[in-house]
Design a protein around this ligand. Structure first.
Ligand SMILES: [Zn+2]
Length: 302
């Protein structure tokens, strides 16, 4: 009896370690990439996000706990294009060879999508925070499709034994995602042309995809906090040319948008921005479902 128990315990321990080996450790800079890795990898992937929805991904600290996580990573997946320039290089420097720039385990998603708001050499309108163009790429669902293709390739290269599973999961995800895009585009068609003011240029890809009109930003330049002079100018602009909504992320301070909203009568709207941005946003699908429902609700209410 004891022998059987011993065999069972050793057996299950062995199985557990096999399962653990089969998992790819994914270190994502933002929740959207951790979620995509989970969609494509299922139980073959263990993903962790360095930031959560209430944190500004431009500005976090390279804490020792993050360094430890990065060291264990088989794949680092981030937006890139300068979004994490203040903290990611330190983490990568202290991590293993598998996740260094140029390695298969180093994936900067912005390299696989068309970047918008790229400043020209003499144009400083994008400030110091978006010098390579806008890095908030995940809010155009077509970008997610392009990145899914690349991510699946990386997962296969890192763990060829599960290649078939990754291929199947990619196909299944793309089929469901494409169907969702069609539906999102149908239901949001009438939002086209709606005038929006943003806090930071976090929503430019969503705005471009939906055909909204970004008429102003509370920050004079990306990363420069709103000034009273700039807000007064925006107020004058909205008085003569009203906007439909003022949108912000869960991590943008609400004071500037509340002030402008009170003065101009333009309703403020906090969108989830990423997974966990509100209680209903639990995965990539609900991120878009929820963002569109909130936008449609805000525009219809007027
Ligand atoms: Zn930004």
């Amino acid at each position: 009896m004891l022998k059987i128990f011993f065999v069972a315990v050793v057996g299950s321990f062995f199985m557990t370690s096999l399962t653990a080996q089969a998992e790819i450790n994914v270190f994502a800079c933002e929740p959207e990439w951790a979620a995509l890795a989970q969609e494509l990898g299922g139980d073959k992937v263990q993903s962790f996000s360095a930031t959560h929805a209430k944190q500004n991904p431009h500005f976090i600290r390279a804490r020792p706990s993050l360094i430890a996580k990065a060291r264990r990573a088989d794949l680092i997946i981030c937006s890139g294009a300068g979004l994490e320039v203040g903290w990611l290089p330190i983490l990568v420097q202290k991590a293993g060879a598998a996740v260094q720039p140029g390695a298969v385990g180093h994936l900067m998603t912005s390299e696989y999508v068309p970047i918008i708001e790229k400043p020209t050499a003499i144009d400083r309108s994008m400030g110091d925070l978006h010098p390579e163009g806008n890095p908030h790429i995940h809010l155009n669902p077509h970008n997610i499709l392009l990145i899914a293709d690349e991510l699946a390739k990386r997962l296969e290269a890192i763990n060829p034994n599960n290649s078939k599973i990754f291929k199947e999961r990619l196909l299944d995800f793309k089929t469901r995602w494409q169907k969702a895009i069609t539906q999102w585009e149908q239901e949001s068609y009438f939002l086209k042309g709606s005038a929006v003011v943003v806090h930071h240029k976090s929503f430019s890809y969503l705005i471009k995809w939906l055909g909204l009109n970004q008429v102003g930003s509370l920050e004079p330049k990306p990363g420069i906090p709103p000034t009273s002079l700039h807000l007064e100018k925006l107020l004058q602009q909205l008085d003569s040319d009203p906007a439909d909504i003022i949108i912000r992320t869960p991590y943008d301070p609400a004071d500037a948008s509340d002030w402008l909203s009170k003065k101009s009568g333009t309703p403020p709207l906090a969108l989830p921005y990423t997974i966990g941005g509100d209680g209903d946003t639990i995965d990539l699908f609900s991120l878009f479902d929820r963002s569109l429902a909130l936008l449609i609700g805000a525009v219809v209410d007027q």
